[in-house]
Design a protein. Sequence first.
Length: 115
Amino acid sequence: MPILNIRDGEIYYEVHGSGFPLMVFAPGGLRSELAFWRHSPTNPSAPAPWMDPMAVLGKKYRVVAMDQRNAGRSRAPILPAMTGTSTPPITWRLRTISGSTGFTSWAAALAPRSA
């Protein structure tokens, strides 16, 4: 279970496949967690209404996905200062995970908004 230790907590992430690194962000907004790729966020006993990019894209890319700060298996507060910084949150996530995985270039994909 890969955990990235950061100054104010821990970020849970998973790496699947091989090839060019692709970071995906699961649905759920501030509650975004990897489990939402595997089952419906509103009904955990139902399958997810979308594909699991870690499984599908992992056939061609090295897919990196994480639980959002303070969601799923991550334990880190959502800080008010993070919303007003000059570093966009996605850039911050890429920079943080890059230091742990050793990747120097990325492609990023956001999850579609769930209905």
